[in-house]
Design a protein. Structure first.
Length: 67
């Protein structure tokens, strides 16, 4: 993600539970969970630390980004 330029779009697809995208602020504090199941989310993955929360089931993730 460090080579990304600008904002990215992400969406989670499939039959799963959990798997939220956790995104921290610029100071790597104050994490916020985002439900991306069947919903697009726009965020800057090159500037904000992020990770996927644990999930159960079958999950596919599409990420659209610029390089």
């Amino acid at each position: 993600d460090g080579r990304n330029v600008g904002e990215s779009y992400i969406i989670g697809l499939g039959n799963y539970t959990g798997g939220e995208l956790m995104i921290w602020d610029k100071d790597d504090k104050n994490p916020v969970k985002h439900d991306i199941r069947n919903k697009f989310l726009k965020f800057n993955g090159s500037e904000y630390f992020h990770e996927t929360q644990p999930f159960k089931g079958e999950r596919y993730t599409l990420v659209f980004f610029n390089v």
